[in-house]
Design a protein around this ligand. Sequence first.
Ligand code: PHE
Length: 348
Amino acid sequence: MSLKMDKKLILEEFKNTASIEELEKIRIKYLGKKGLISLEMKSLGTLSIEQKKIKGQELNIFKSFFEKEFNNKKNDIEKFVINEKLKKEKIDTSLPPREFNTGKIHPISQTIYRIIDIFSSMGFSVKSGPDIETDFNNFTALNIPNHHPAREMQDTFYIQEKVLRTHTSPVQVRTMLKSKPPIRIIVPGRTYRSDSDSTHTPMFHQVEGLLIDDFSTMAHLKGCLIDFLKDFFEINDLKYRFRPSYFPFTEPSAEMDIAYSKKDNVLKFGEGDDWLEILGCGMVNPKVLENCNINSSKYQGFAFGMGVERLSMLKYGITDIRSFYESDFRWINHYGFSPMNLTSSTGL
Ligand code: PHE
C-alpha cells in the first residue's frame, strides 16, 4: 500500500479516535515495523539520489507532523480520562475515619524513645554494645573480680567463655577503651539475669548513662537525674530521695527512689510515704577509669543505670512485667502507642 501523505486524512483519523487503544492502532498503522511511513522509509533505498533527497525530506516532515498530532491527541485523551475519573471519585471528607489496623509501638520501645529524647536534649549521645559480652567487660573491668559476691547477685547465662551481659555497664568499658573524655553517652539495651517472677524476667532492658570530663561532681549527677525523672514522669514537684548504696564500679554509690502512696487501691505516684527504687548511680570508681586507660587524677564523672520495664510499668500503670513479652494482641492494643501519635522528637 502506498502512502498518501495527506495531512487532512490523518487529522480525520485522530478526530474519530476516543481511546488510547484506538490511538495505538493508528500509530502502528503508520509507524509500526510494517507501518506506512516505515515502509516508505525503507523503499527510499530503491530511488535515485536526487529523488531520495526530495522524497526523504517530504517523508521526514510528514513523520514529524504525525508524531506531533499523535502526542497532542494522546494528551487530550489522557486528560479526558483523568477528568472523567475525578468526576466519579469524589471524596466525602465529612465521613468518619475508617478503623485502621497498623501495628502499635510496644511500651518498651516507647519508653526507650522517650528516655533517649530527654537525655539527647542534655547532650548525651546513644551507644550500643553486644548482648554477648566478655567476662572482662561485664565484670572484671568494672571492678567485679572473679570471686566478688556481686557476681552472684547478677547471676547470668554463660556461653563458653562469654556471658550474656547482666547489665548495660560493659558499654561504659567499651566506650572508655575506645574514646577519650569528654564522654557523655546513654546506652539502651537488653540485659539478662537468671531471675523469673512477676517483677523479674530473664531478659529485661536497661538504659546506662556515663559522663566523664574533668569537673563533673555528684551535684551534677543529682541534677541530671532529677531533671530526667521530672521530665519523664511529667511531675514537677516529684518527691524523690537518694539512698546510699554499693556498686563495685561507682564510689560513692546511690540508689534513687521515688515516693508513692496507695490508698483504696489507687496508686499515686511522685507523692506519699512509700518508696520505689528507680535506678542505681554513683561517681565512676577511679579503679574503673584506670582499668579503661583513663587517667583518674585528671578525669572524673558519673554513671547511672535504670530498668526500662520498671519505668514503663510505673509510667503506664502496667502491673505484671511478664505481660511485656506475651505477645498478646489485646494487651499491645491497649498499652501500645500509635505510630501516628508519637510525642518523641526523635520521630521514632
Ligand atoms: N549496672 C547496675 C545494675 O545493673 C546499675 C548501675 C549503673 C549502677 C551505673 C551504678 C552506675 O544494677
